[in-house]
Design a protein around this ligand. Structure first.
Ligand code: NAD
Length: 499
């Protein structure tokens, strides 16, 4: 079995702890991909020291040259797309068409970030005073600590790493412990693309140990975290205390609303993909389906029929619609929520248990599950499950649908299916989410638009698009006075005597 290493101080190195963990294929737990370092605080500290040296090189590298490295990384990802998708499915489980999409998101992010190296715009504005220029421009910040979740092993790290690097920061990357192989390949790609070695550090291991060590380190002024709201609260408390710049992207409880006037065929395809794609393990997954009463019964019976026909299996096999869950803890959490739903009196229409049978017994498979008659405000309807469980709520009209959508602590994405243009625009205005889709499922971000949620999904920052460049750079203002005189802002006005 292959033993993998950290990348610290420009070298692939063993962990100081001399401890390792197995990376397991969730579709077949007898398939061990490799042993990865279970690093400790000392490894994180060495990585941060090295990243400080890397920062001194990288911050002085012209931004267009930084962008070129990222663009080349995109080119390498294009060449290796199928290979990366295959190894990603092996460690993460989602089907190959989804892991190809995950790599494609990384490619798109690389090309956007590469070009951003030639923009990184500031502003030049007229000064209040004569013979004086006033401008703002962007500066790199320092060592960025990047902590990422398991569900998008390539896309989410690139959402953070590429803009961080384009802005001139160095990075210490702590990937989720369930997907260390894809992370290793991403770092190999960055080095092949020409990134100076000390600009990037990869520290494998567990969140409470190495993740916490990075977040708590005083020489890491910038932290970007994606993961659960619970972990984000811990990270947020530390960063708040230490006055760090922090981006949080956390949980969701996203709803698809289907109005009586909707194209039901389209809405059906939307919810199948939104709820059960990635086995429900997307931050934007549809976990609530809000149906208007006129179409409720018909839509639900068609949906249950389609869900029962979904093909579970190894994501690397042809014909698989739904792969395994990520690990045993995720299956157990889903089982607990099935119990919660039943105790709360919801009707379990399908699924509700571990999937058994040929090709399934050795993996973390769970049957796609639907609860009907779910009460707004119940735990099943309010809490993030992060598994293949859909809760259906019946409503009488758009007002009630919007109220149910908004009455959760999360605010990532929402979707409305309607043929009525007024309802569509009202939804865009009223739904309290970072992203609202009209006649499309709750999932599917595009790399050149900001991505993120409101309320307890995030802390106001966004990944992607132009906004993330604000997060990874500091605005500095420069004034150049070429009048040769002392001019006093707010005191000498433009009405003074011209020379
Ligand atoms: P998680 O919170 O368990 O772990 C995320 C990362 O944090 C991992 O790398 C983990 O090792 C690390 N970590 C754990 N404890 C830590 C600590 N004390 N200090 C520092 N780091 C620590 O999340 P997960 O199970 O990997 O991912 C699922 C969650 O991520 C879901 O809640 C999902 O909604 C969320 N998510 C959100 C978005 C978004 O953009 N909003 C995207 C994807 C996933």
């Amino acid at each position: 079995m292959k033993t993998f290493k950290n990348f610290i101080a420009g070298k692939w190195t063993e962990p100081e702890t001399d401890k390792y963990f197995d990376n397991v294929n969730p579709a077949d737990t007898s398939d061990i991909i490799g042993r990865f370092p279970k690093s400790g605080r000392g490894d994180a500290e060495r990585a941060i020291e090295s990243a400080q040296r890397g920062f001194e090189i990288w911050r002085r590298t012209p931004a267009p040259a930084r962008g070129d490295v990222i663009r080349k990384a995109g080119d390498i990802m294009v060449r290796r797309k199928d290979e990366i998708a295959d190894l990603m499915t092996r460690e993460m489980g989602k089907p190959l068409n989804e892991t190809r999409g995950d790599v494609q998101e990384g490619i798109d992010t690389a090309y956007y970030a590469g070009a951003e190296g030639r923009r990184l715009f500031g502003h030049t504005v007229p000064s209040e005073l004569r013979k004086k220029w006033a401008m703002s421009y962007r500066r790199p910040i320092g060592v960025a600590g990047l902590v990422t979740p398991f569900n998008f092993p390539m896309a989410i790290p690139t959402w953070k790493m590429f803009p961080a690097l384009a802005c001139g920061n160095s990075v210490v990357f702590k990937p989720a412990e369930d997907v260390p192989h894809t992370a290793t390949v991403l770092v190999e790609i960055m080095l092949e693309a020409g990134l100076p070695p000390e600009v990037i550090q990869l520290v494998h291991g567990f969140g409470e140990e190495v993740g916490a060590a990075i977040v708590e380190h005083p020489k890491v002024p910038l932290v970007s975290f994606t993961g659960s709201t619970e972990t984000g609260s811990i990270v947020g408390a530390i960063c708040g205390r230490m006055h760090k710049r922090l981006s949080l992207e956390m949980g969701g409880k996203n709803a698809q609303i289907v109005m009586d006037d909707a194209d039901l065929d389209l809405a059906l395809e939307g919810v199948l993909w939104g709820a059960f794609g990635t086995t429900g393990q997307r931050c934007t997954a549809t976990s609530r389906l809000i149906l208007q009463s006129g179409i409720h019964d018909e839509f639900l019976s068609r949906l249950v029929e389609r869900v029962r026909a979904l093909q579970l299996g190894d994501g690397r096999k042809d014909g698989t619609d739904v792969g395994p869950m990520i690990n045993a803890a995720a299956v157990e959490k889903t089982e607990r929520y099935i119990d919660v739903g039943q105790q709360e009196g919801a009707d379990l229409l399908c699924g509700g248990r571990r999937a058994k049978g040929k090709g399934l017994d050795g993996g973390y498979f769970f049957e796609p599950s639907i609860f009907a008659r779910v009460k707004a405000g119940s735990r099943l309807e309010q809490e993030e499950i992060f598994g293949p469980v859909l809760s259906v709520v019946r409503v009488k009209d758009a007002d009630e649908a919007f109220a149910v959508n908004n009455d959760v602590k999360y605010g990532l994405s929402s979707s409305v299916y309607t043929q009525n243009v007024n309802t569509a625009f009202r939804a865009l205005e009223e739904l309290d989410n970072g992203i609202t889709y009209v006649n499309a499922p709750t999932i599917g971000a595009e790399a050149h638009l900001p991505f993120g949620g409101v309320k307890q999904t995030g802390n106001g920052h966004r990944e992607g698009g132009w906004e993330v460049y604000e997060f990874y750079s500091e605005t500095k203002v420069g004034y150049v006075d070429f009048s040769g005189q002392l001019q006093k802002a707010q005191i000498d006005t433009y009405l003074g005597t011209p020379d």
